[in-house]
Design a protein. Structure first.
Length: 129
């Protein structure tokens, strides 16, 4: 003879074994460690940037707009590149960023291209001096 089960018992999740709880704990510890490591590495960056947008002015010029964040007292230099539809670099320029203009700056840079570009992006920014 079978005993009737209540609705709560039939839909309950199975209990974890001791080994299961250990694996869950190790997984959470690993996740916390990876996130902490990433946060520490990211916090030490002296310069960060964020692409805002671009505007195609002509077949030989594109204008990139981006934000630069300076986290120490040094100036920076950024390299901005223009790409065609096949993601080939068709123009590149550098832009000096002065700390005296503030720690957060929105910049607009014109790039001369060899053919019509369809996108512009900051390739990198690095501190100088």
């Amino acid at each position: 003879m079978s005993t009737p089960q209540s609705e709560d018992e039939s839909s309950a999740l199975p209990r974890l074994s001791r080994r299961g709880w250990i694996l869950v704990g190790l997984g959470l510890a690993a996740l916390i460690g990876i996130v902490s490591w990433y946060a520490l590495v990211a916090a030490k960056e002296p310069v960060r940037w964020r692409d805002v947008g671009f505007s195609v002015e002509s077949a030989t010029e594109i204008v990139a707009t981006y934000e630069v964040y300076l986290y120490d007292d040094r100036d920076a230099v950024c390299q901005i590149r223009a790409l065609n539809p096949r993601f080939t670099e068709v123009g590149v320029t550098t832009q000096a960023v002065s700390r005296s203009d503030g720690p957060e700056q929105r910049l607009t840079t014109s790039i001369v291209t060899t053919e019509e570009a369809t996108t512009a992006e900051v390739q990198y920014c690095e501190p100088v001096g």
